[in-house]
Design a binder for this molecule. Structure first.
Ligand code: CA
Length: 670
């Protein structure tokens, strides 16, 4: 985490009607507008006395050294209405770097352009770019496969983690980079047997990759001078530029833009949509493009000028102020249009207001295919924030104020299934004793209904529809699912040991997510018992601790097979992929003993392989016999083995549920 800033702030008059009426700029042309005969620069700096633009030959001071030819021109910009400063530079200046010198209250600060589309190494200088030049061949036809939106299953992945393992089969040059995604035939150790990376994702059946932050962030030096650096990247610098350390050359501003697009295209070609993790709630530090351009405008502070710190990272941006709200909308739409992004995951969405989130939704919806772009976020903050206006924060109790197509991560289901994320010994439904599992029963039933309809709980979450819920048990934060199981059940004894009882709990946790309404989501490697040796916060740990271990994937192939089966099964079940308000009412719970849960899924209008199915969860460590509802039932999975539909016997009266299992049967007559 970054240390708290000691910058003195003031609320100025930014929230007065006068300021809002006179200085809100509604144009969509902030930044450098490139054409081959001229480039028009526009920057919003209403409090500045002076704004100059500097044009540079080099992308960083370091490369320029003391070379005199570095500074090409320094020009006073023209002040226009609504606090916008402009300059029109004649000629073709593609590839030229630039900064603004903004003078406020007699203090001049040099800053990159908040609306940069490209930049030099480490993002201190912006670059004028002809984006058309960065498109890989075939880009104009690139788009996500329609099937992804019909069957969303989200896989959360860090770009470096994907291929950092030398055993990933990815070439040295592309390992840990955007371009690792362009190798579609990689195998573990190049042995031609076990698929890795994209090749592996195709076989797994997930339909979206959710990438941890991929915009330019500040915690990793892009020059490559510091070896073995790693960070998750929750420390934004340039919001509209891809991170440089994942490119093969961070010094040339074109390369990262082109390589990012190649990555997106490779995922689309593999039938996988691309979701970006976006962190608009705070910046790397307050020595930011925002603070240098319009001091104090973009951040929240208390009456006495203390920077708000609800993010836990030293500052909170102010989505409730018009020009930051506009910035967020512009930025999200820019990624969707320019980079063909299919979804956005909002970090600490609880620090944003529902109006901003709904306006982003509205703006995305207007784009070509925009309605299918996913939006979801963390409906919480790290600590209390200081809002600058009266707003409705995007937290669980306000979920109904969000558009029905904005979803929240459901921490209740997550903790109910495996135990609380902050309590090492905390156990839940799949790893608890009889009493613990019984206590969690109600939460799991709500999870099945995605906290909507009959599953809504006024004291917890009451969603409009399953479209508002992301159901999951693991993400990058806190323990991996495997480590949580080892920690809670085995006292953290041996993370490397292949415990058969924990494997069964892992299967059961995944089985619950895959048979629940809401959008399923899991952390990369959950399907092969990913371990970080008990580390519950690896944001800047070594690449080795974080990376996907492809040898381990081979070792846990039977667990992977279970995930594959359940992902496939989900697509064939009635009701469970529905996102409408009435979906939860098509789930009929069966009366069961104690902690066992059973429910019938029935939808005569379903276009799925089956119109009627029954699902049971047995969290006990023993067999449990249950009476089957009326029907001719054919077993699909007993939680241990998975069957081809036509190959199992018909059951009509009762079934013995195996210990810690998710059992699914379909009605042969429907
Ligand atoms: Ca960076």
């Amino acid at each position: 985490m970054i240390e708290r800033s000691n910058i003195k702030m003031s609320r100025h008059n930014f929230d007065t009607k006068d300021f809002i009426d006179n200085y809100t700029y509604e144009g969509s042309d902030l930044g450098a507008n490139y054409a081959n005969d001229k480039t028009v620069f526009k920057v919003w700096a209403p409090t500045a006395e002076n704004v100059e633009i500097c044009l540079y030959k080099y992308g960083s001071e370091e490369e320029a050294g003391d070379k005199e030819e570095d500074l090409l021109r320094k020009i006073l910009m023209n002040k226009e209405s609504r606090g916008v400063w402009t300059w029109e530079e004649a000629g073709d200046i593609e590839g030229i770097y630039y900064t603004f010198l903004v003078t406020v209250d007699g203090i001049t600060r040099e800053t990159a352009d908040p609306y940069s589309k490209a930049c030099g190494v480490n993002g201190k200088r912006s670059m004028v770019i002809d984006l058309g030049k960065t498109n890989p061949s075939g880009w104009d036809k690139d788009e996500m496969n329609d099937e992804c939106a019909k069957h969303p299953v989200i896989y959360e992945l860090h770009i470096g983690d994907f291929s950092n393992d030398p055993y990933s089969g990815i070439s040295d040059e592309y390992r840990g980079k955007y371009l690792a995604f362009t190798d579609s035939s990689s195998t573990a150790g190049n042995e031609g047997k076990f698929p890795t990376c994209i090749n592996y994702l195709k076989s797994l059946g997930i339909t979206y990759v959710h990438l941890l932050p991929t915009f330019d962030y500040g915690s990793v030096d892009e020059t490559g001078k510091i070896k073995n650096q790693f960070n998750w990247g929750y420390d934004p610098v340039n919001y509209n530029v891809p991170e440089g350390s994942y490119s093969t050359n961070a010094k040339d501003g074109h390369v990262r833009v082109n390589e990012f697009k190649q990555m997106v295209m490779a995922l689309h070609n593999a039938g996988i949509g691309v979701i970006m993790d976006v962190v608009y709630n705070h910046t790397f530090n307050m020595d930011s493009v925002f603070q240098k351009t319009v001091p104090d405008y973009y951040y929240r502070c208390s009456e006495d000028g203390v920077a708000s710190n609800g993010s836990g990272c030293g500052n909170d941006t102010a989505s409730e102020r018009e020009m930051y709200r506009r910035y967020m909308i512009d930025s999200v739409c820019y990624w969707a249009k320019e980079y063909h992004i299919d979804g956005f995951r909002f970090d600490l969405m609880g620090l944003h207001d529902t109006q901003t989130m709904n306006e982003i939704r509205e703006s995305l919806d207007k784009l070509n295919n925009g309605k299918r772009i996913l939006m979801y976020g963390e409906p919480w903050a790290a600590a209390e924030t200081t809002w600058m206006r009266d707003v409705t924060p995007a937290i669980p109790s306000n979920v109904r104020s969000l558009d029905p197509r904005i979803a929240i991560f459901c921490d209740r289901a997550r903790d109910g299934i495996k135990g609380h994320v902050f309590e090492a010994k905390g156990r839940g439904y799949v790893n608890g004793d009889e009493k613990e599992s019984e206590e969690m029963k109600k939460k799991i039933m709500s999870c099945v209904c995605a906290w909507s309809g009959q599953g809504a709980d006024e004291n917890e979450i009451s969603a409009i529809a399953p479209s508002q819920i992301i159901n999951y048990v693991s993400a990058h934060d806190d323990w991996t699912l495997w480590d949580k199981l080892v920690t809670s059940v085995k006292d953290g004894e041996d993370f490397g040991r292949k415990y058969s009882d924990l494997l069964q709990m892992n299967k059961m946790a995944a089985g619950i997510i895959m048979t629940s309404l809401g959008t399923p989501f899991f952390q990369a490697g959950e399907e092969f018992a990913r371990t970080k040796n008990g580390c519950d916060n690896s944001y800047n740990s070594s690449p080795e601790l974080n990376q996907l271990d492809w040898k381990r994937a081979m070792e846990y192939e039977s667990l992977i097979d279970y995930y594959k089966y359940m992902i496939k099964l989900r697509k064939s079940l009635p009701v469970i992929e529905r996102t409408d308000e009435a979906a939860a009412e098509c789930i009929h719970f069966i009366e069961t003993e104690d902690a066992v849960i059973g429910f019938v899924l029935e939808d005569d209008n379903s276009d799925k392989a089956w119109k009627k199915a029954v699902v049971y969860y047995n969290p006990y460590e023993k067999d449990v016999e249950v009476k089957l509802p009326e029907g001719r039932w054919s077993l699909l999975t007993d939680g241990y083995n998975c069957f081809e539909p036509e190959k199992s016997d018909i059951l009509e009266k009762e079934i013995v549920l195996k210990p810690r299992s998710v059992t699914v049967l379909y009605d042969d007559e429907k």
